[in-house]
Design a protein around this ligand. Sequence first.
Ligand code: NAD
Length: 492
Amino acid sequence: MHTAKGSALKQVHNFIAGDYVASDRTFKKYSPITGEHIADIHEADKAQVDAAVRAAQAALNGPWGQMSVQARVAILEKLVDGITRRFDAFLTAECEDTGKPYALARSLDIPRGAANFKVFADLVKDVPGEYFETATPDGRGAINYSVRAPVGVVGVICPWNLPLLLLTWKVGPALACGNTVVVKPSEVTPQTAALLGDVMNEAGVPPGVFNVIHGFGPGSAGEFLTTHPGVDAITFTGETKTGAAIMQAAAIGARPVSLEMGGKNAGLIFADCDFDAAVEGTLRSAFANSGQVCLGTERVYVERPIFDRFVAALKSAAEAMHIGAPQDEATQMGPLVSQEHHAKVLSYFKLARDEGATVVTGGGVPEMPTALKGGYWIQPTIWTGLPEDARVMKEEIFGPCCHIASFDTEEEAIALANDTHYGLSTAIWTRDLARAHRVARQVRVGIAWVNAWYLRDLRTPFGGAKQSGIGREGGVHSLEFYTELKNICIKL
Ligand code: NAD
């Protein structure tokens, strides 16, 4: 299925209309852990993308479109079972593609991959509606009520940092609401999307409801999908500049978009915080998943009385992190995802020095055992001393790094947090809840955490302000994008 008979290398195929489909052209997948060529990915051409969209249209107009909510919910619950049964296969594929520690993927990525189907299966069982009785001039009256119809064929474009988690975050609600999907996973992390094909078939998802096409963005599967007139709506997670290109594609035919994009998030550490919790939370927010988390903290602001102590504590915690092979249960940080991303992050490490940063720790590539030397390893890195207008302070790096600066007043902390084009998240650390509320209200972000980081309840709205996103997904908010609200008016 994924490995062609007689082939030494793993072959990752497209999944179209319920079948795994090879392409004439393939591209290479390299291991982030060793740098070795580990798989060939079949790149969907224009005709294959068209076939996937047509299959999705046919399924929408066929059995899936006719199915009751109860029957759809039962299938979604089988998807949860299917992922859970194949837990180890998903875990191995995800860690092979990304290089992330097994311990992280075991506790976060794979369980969330399953939970994303469960939460939306539960949600659509009981969707609230509106009902109005309306007076009419003839005295007979009318009733108005709202129903939610699927939006249609949804194009789903995903990034590489949390591949299964972010893909199912979109496919879960899309299918729960009765849509069909054509998914393009990142070219860097295609494996878990491909594995989902078998899970869909086993659960009884009709052919064409879920399709996966592999490839790149411009001039490849991404562009073919987003410009295809048969796609009714596009949901995207990735970089802000890619989101802007996708908006342009969506403008053809005036199709709706949901965009979850980049961040340059601030952590605000007040002197009255629980110091150890703030250090631990900031450590995770800067270095978890090797800093490749959209919600991660790249700008840390600490109230002056505890600045020196905080920098020293974060430095020693970062230096104590175990960098190593994903399978090693002690590993806290794996490599970066690709050679290209490694080069990009290292270029920012150089830029930070050029812009005058003091390197508190890290700033380069760690010494690794011989077997791992070809991988894309990097040191957790902390800087101080950069001016607020430095590029390193403004641009999303998406690596295991943060800059720490001090502040004196609450107003100054809010102004510093807001001094960015992005607006995804912030983490506020203080014991003063009145202040926490004041600050959270004034920071222009989609998610403000108080004394926590990455604490998620999937029923809550998720998305970004400013250039971090358009729209909100999560809980009932996903219904806004994945359904078309229709009013039915019956004259009595
Ligand atoms: P990316 O924008 O480079 O790629 C994302 C996806 O878009 C890939 O599948 C890619 O092939 C595709 N793509 C690229 N150009 C395209 C085009 N012109 N048309 C159609 N598809 C195209 O992002 P990435 O490097 O994979 O992921 C990292 C970025 O994602 C970071 O900026 C991060 O902040 C962001 N992110 C945001 C969230 C969020 O929820 N806000 C979550 C995770 C990651």
